[in-house]
Design a protein around this ligand. Structure first.
Ligand code: SF4
Length: 457
């Protein structure tokens, strides 16, 4: 398999294709997109384009998009119209607009039609074509509608974000694989991001070494299903964690997102025994009912999930858990829903991300009758959130009086405070005492506000 990433420099020596053209990238969706936007910025800068600070100073606006829910796509379509309006209201000339990412891959040429049509559509595996496409696009006036499209999946399209670009909350994102080989029936990702394809361990190590050389202390290994990483069926996620842990100067390793089916005992043993690997597991359960899990094609049963959590608690000191939940999946009965509530009571997650089921055209679940009414979905969602709040309040109260240590990751929204993150992903605020991002601080927990802990009376 060609390794585009290793060859990136050789394939694309610096050029002035961009000729100073200013490009603003607006990013939607998950951290994979945040990483991709950084990589696109790097590719464009290498080719003589400049990063614009906002839509008003840009010659081209790229929207890096998400297709996970219908609402996300609607927002982006209206954002195209809004950008054009905002420019008009500011007495600025029309601007070229392109759509990148999952929505580009899913809708392709459809995005060249309609009132909010765009001139450029570039899917997740075609970012290396962006410099040439943008150079072509900017030759013509933005008022002349163009229909430039580059989509389709390629195994070799792995990208690297330059190390100088922004870490997210003091953690540098590093994509270790792209795509997904599973076919959860509600999920659009295998269609928008294609099959799973790994970056080589050497390429991942080189990327992290260059981040560390630029001052990084922490990385977040990213992928749709990082726990399924298996380079040439010979080096799995546990082995990758071991290799990354050996990188001198790197202090912490986080990872997102794992599929419960691939969270094997030896993977949890590695997480528990490698000092640099943070003990926080985001493991989407989606539903607590075996009947619904089967209909979702999640490939595990609730009992297996709970066994895995039990194992993790023993193997990984201080482990915390978070999850994703869908309520109102087609056919979900009250009994199924109660089974999901029971999982919350048993696992006691730090955080849950819960959603009402909404149909995505083209995925297998779209063929199932969406027979849970919207009102019922809303009721179940409210039920999930309220139970989680109750569980969390009890769990969080138990933490008061403990002394925690964490790393300053960003200025808090509350003026005069820093937000600190512990290795197991809990956040607490400390009063500003001349700390800086990346400093290690310890404090006694005095209370909490939602999921953020406080350290002053
Ligand atoms: S594991 Fe399932 S939910 Fe996750 S990306 Fe793959 S298909 Fe989607």
């Amino acid at each position: 398999m060609a390794d585009f990433q290793n060859e990136l420099k050789a394939m694309t020596p610096p050029s002035d294709t961009g000729n100073g053209c200013r490009v603003f990238i607006e990013t939607y969706g998950c951290q994979m997109n945040a990483y991709d936007s950084q990589a696109i910025n790097g590719l464009l800068e290498n080719d003589g384009f400049e990063a614009a600070p906002n839509i008003y100073d840009a010659d081209v606006v790229l929207l890096n998009t998400c297709s996970i829910r219908e609402l996300a796509e609607h927002k982006i379509t209206s954002r195209v119209g809004e950008i054009r309006r905002q420019r008009r209201n500011a007495d600025l000339p029309p601007v070229n607009i392109g759509i990148c990412g999952c929505m580009a891959e899913r809708l392709g040429n459809e995005l060249h039609k309609g009132v909010n049509r765009v001139d450029l559509v570039v899917g997740v595996d075609s970012y290396d074509k962006l410099p040439a496409l943008l150079a072509d696009l900017t030759k013509s006036s933005p008022t002349k509608h163009r229909k430039l499209t580059a989509t389709g999946h390629r195994n070799d399209a792995h990208y690297v974000a330059p190390p100088s670009l922004y870490p997210v909350n003091n953690s540098h994102l590093v994509t270790i694989h792209k795509g997904c080989d599973y076919k959860c029936t509600y999920c659009i990702v295998p269609y928008t991001r294609g099959p799973q394809s790994e970056k080589s361990p050497e390429a991942i190590e080189a990327e992290i070494r260059s981040l560390v050389d630029s001052g990084a202390q922490e990385v977040t290994l990213l992928g749709q299903n990082v726990t399924a990483y298996n380079w040439q069926k010979n080096l799995d996620f546990a082995a990758l964690l071991e290799r990354v842990s050996d990188i001198d100067g790197l202090e912490r390793i986080r990872f997102l997102t794992g599929h419960p089916k691939d969270m094997h005992p030896h993977t949890m043993d590695a997480i528990g025994s490698l000092e640099k690997v943070c003990p926080w597991l985001h493991l989407p359960i989606q539903s607590g009912s075996n009947a619904i899990l089967k209909r979702m094609k999640r490939l595990y049963k609730r009992e297996e999930y709970l066994d895995m959590v039990d194992y993790a608690r023993k193997a990984i000191p201080g482990a915390t858990f978070s999850t994703d939940i869908i309520v109102g999946f087609p056919g979900e009965t009250e009994e199924d829903f109660q089974a999901t509530l029971e999982i919350l009571r048993l696992v006691k997650y730090d955080q849950i991300f819960s959603f009402k089921y909404s149909e995505r055209p083209g995925v297998p679940a779209a063929k199932l009758a969406d027979n849970v009414s919207l009102d019922e979905k809303k009721r179940r969602l409210a039920g999930i959130l309220s139970l989680q709040e109750e569980i969390w309040n009890t769990e969080a109260t138990r933490q008061v009086g403990e002394t925690w240590t964490g790393i300053v990751e960003t200025a808090a929204r509350q003026k005069g405070f820093w937000r600190v993150r512990t290795a197991n992903n809990r956040k607490f605020l400390v009063a500003d005492d001349h700390q800086k991002i990346g400093d290690e601080v310890s404090a006694v927990i005095t209370g909490f506000n939602n999921t953020t802990f406080l350290t002053v009376e």
